[in-house]
Design a protein around this ligand. Structure first.
Ligand SMILES: Nc1nc2c(ncn2[C@@H]2O[C@H](COP(=O)(O)OP(=O)(O)OP(=O)(O)O)[C@@H](O)[C@H]2O)c(=O)[nH]1
Ligand SMILES: [Mg+2]
Length: 322
């Protein structure tokens, strides 16, 4: 959209959504934007890349930056996840720190402060999952004040639930009040800065996360190898998109687990993720999934770059590109 064509009273705000793994970042974002765009599972470290999720309230555009959970780790892969969260704070107008009320609060704030390694600017605390824990207003205020000692730019707090929507109207009202007059970054109808291929990998990884056990979800990556888009092809009776994607694993023994007995597991990953991909693309999808063994992929710069995880400020070493 050309800037000069925008309404003069348009308002815009960009907000980073930060928190430890599983704090409820993606759930809150999905609740606010009103679709299941971002992948949510009960397992920590579901989100791996920072990305924009966009919604409008009247003339106000709200850009929420989903980020991976912030956590201390010496592993190269996790350091790059933290880097995504750091980058997610760049250029934003406001930061949300989500605090999971079902876990100890101060360790979450300490972990975020220490891992980010920089002072956050304007920040609001968002206590999540308040449908699961009842905490008195006095205690919330006490935690808020303790949070301010650690992160001085914390200004406000909200206690919300992304399950039953409690207090989310207060949050959206405050977001609108905070937004300043300015041009919208995205044309009406755009929901993200990531393309369809990105969400294809996310929806496949979501099913792998849900269907695989123990450490295996953390040992896989998904890459789209082919994306033949027949939606604009008028010679086809029915539009269809052909997608070939690889599930990358670390060890040969993991291939068998992902494939499953007579291919049962990979078939289920494919069937379930295809349904969500078809909904997103709005047409029939032919999804071809393969398992590829790439030993040590999570330390391999080439693979990490290909899934959008760039080197971190504290990266372990310079890895060869291939
Ligand atoms: N009861 C309840 N559960 C919630 C709420 N918000 C999130 N959850 C659950 O908490 C789990 C983690 O939610 P996510 O939204 O994936 O958390 P996240 O912070 O994005 O996690 P990572 O991407 O792994 O860092 C899921 O099982 C959600 O259903 C809430 O307000 N109430
Ligand atoms: Mg998430």
């Amino acid at each position: 959209m050309l800037l000069k064509h925008q309404h003069p009273s348009n308002k815009s705000i960009m907000i980073s959504v930060l928190g430890v793994p599983n704090a409820g970042k993606s759930s809150l974002i999905n609740y606010l934007i009103g679709t299941e765009l971002s992948v949510v599972t009960h397992k920590p470290q579901t989100t791996r890349n920072k990305f924009h999720c966009v919604f409008n309230i009247d003339k106000t555009e709200v850009v929420l930056v989903d980020t991976p959970g912030i956590h201390k780790s010496n592993k190269e892969f996790n350091k790059r996840l933290n880097e995504q969260a750091r980058e997610g704070c760049e250029g934003v107008d406001l930061n949300f720190i989500l605090i999971d009320l079902t876990s100890d609060v101060m360790p979450q704030l300490n972990s975020i402060k220490e891992t980010l390694k920089f002072e956050l600017d304007k920040t609001w605390l968002i206590f999540t999952k308040n449908d699961l824990v009842k905490i008195s207003d006095e205690l919330l205020l006490e935690i808020f004040n303790a949070g301010k000692q650690l992160i001085p730019k914390i200004e406000k707090y909200f206690s919300i639930s992304s399950k039953n929507g409690e207090n989310i109207h207060l949050l959206t009202g405050a977001i609108c009040d905070e937004a300043k007059t300015g041009y919208h970054l995205y044309p009406d109808g755009d929901v993200s800065n990531k393309n369809e291929r990105f969400f294809v990998t996310e929806y496949i990884r979501e099913q792998a996360f849900l269907l695989l056990n123990e450490e295996l979800p953390y040992e896989i990556a998904v890459v789209v190898e082919e994306f033949q888009d027949g939606r604009e092809d008028e010679t086809l009776a029915k539009p269809i998109v052909h997608i070939a994607a690889s599930i990358i694993v670390n060890r040969p023994s993991q291939r068998g687990i992902v494939v499953g007995k007579q291919g049962a597991v990979i078939k289920e990953i494919g069937t379930k993720s295809r349904a969500k991909i078809e909904e997103m693309l709005g047409c029939q999808v032919n999804l071809n999934l393969h398992v590829k063994v790439t030993p040590g992929w999570s330390k391999n710069n080439y693979v990490l770059e290909s899934i959008g995880l760039h080197r971190a400020v504290d990266s372990n070493r310079v890895w060869r590109s291939r």
